[in-house]
Structures are given as structure tokens and as C-alpha cells.
Design a protein. Structure first.
Length: 149
């Protein structure tokens, strides 16, 4: 192999090595996403969830023995208190529940009797929120809206 081809091959390998390093680095430094914290209680299983921008996740849980839904909003990382909320509305029952305030890790839980009914649910952290309408009922397609304000 002549000198110019060896130099070109070395340059290609060096570029590939650098590109590989760059591609791997963001995964290693990615922020952890929130996990359901079990705050709704025994028997509640996560049936739906939605990210709240880069801030956290809102979880919709259901307890089949009680026929109840629960919503909790969880931050990706705890810290100083920030404005947060969790919201649940049971369609056809005119039943809603919400919890809002300045919290360090989560808002909620809020509960509603969701057996056989569609629910609207939402969560917000600081200036970001996610709203899901008409979900987990089997008869309607859910509509999700993510907002920053």
C-alpha cells in the first residue's frame, strides 16, 4: 500500500473512531426518566403514561379490584420545590380530582372511579404539561396534547 493510501485509510479509521465515540457519549449522559413510584397504593398498576417534556412523566394507574384510576406526576430528578400538578377527570361521571402545588418529587395521587368509563388525565411540571383526553375506555381514541407555557 502506498503512503497516500495508508494515510487515507488511517484518516478514515480515525474519523470512524471519533464518530463512534460521539455517537455513544450522548447515551451515557442522557437524563434518567421518571419511574412510577407506587404512591397510588397496593393493587394499582400503570396502564398508561406520558412524558412531560424533559421534566418528568405523568402516570395513569388502575386498580381492577376497586375499579379506581389514579394519576401521579413524577419528576425525573428531585430537587427544590417547583410548581407541579396531577389531574384526573372521569367522563360521564362529572368527577374530577386534582392536586397542585410546589413539590420536590411528585404531585398527586388523585383518584376517580373509572370502571367502564373514559378518563381525561394530565400532569405538569413548571412550564410543561401533557393532557390526554378520552383514554383507557376501549371505545374512543385518546387525544394527547403537550404544552409549554
Amino acid at each position: 500500500m502506498n503512503l497516500s493510501r495508508r494515510m487515507a485509510a488511517t484518516a478514515v479509521l480515525a474519523t470512524a473512531a471519533i464518530a463512534g465515540t460521539v455517537a455513544i457519549t450522548p447515551q451515557a449522559s442522557a437524563a434518567a426518566t421518571a419511574a412510577y413510584n407506587g404512591v397510588c397504593g397496593t393493587g394499582y398498576k400503570v396502564v398508561n403514561s406520558a412524558p412531560i417534556g424533559s421534566k418528568g412523566t405523568v402516570f395513569l394507574t388502575y386498580n381492577s379490584a376497586k375499579g379506581k384510576n389514579c394519576v401521579v406526576t413524577v419528576r425525573n430528578a428531585t430537587g427544590k420545590p417547583v410548581p407541579m400538578f396531577a389531574y384526573l377527570y372521569v367522563q360521564g361521571a362529572d368527577e374530577s380530582a386534582e392536586d397542585g402545588g410546589a413539590y420536590t418529587s411528585y404531585a398527586g395521587p388523585v383518584y376517580g372511579d373509572g370502571r367502564g368509563k373514559c378518563v381525561d388525565w394530565a400532569g405538569g411540571i413548571e412550564n410543561q404539561s401533557t393532557w390526554t383526553y378520552g383514554s383507557n375506555c376501549g371505545s374512543l381514541t385518546a387525544h394527547r396534547v403537550t404544552k409549554g407555557w
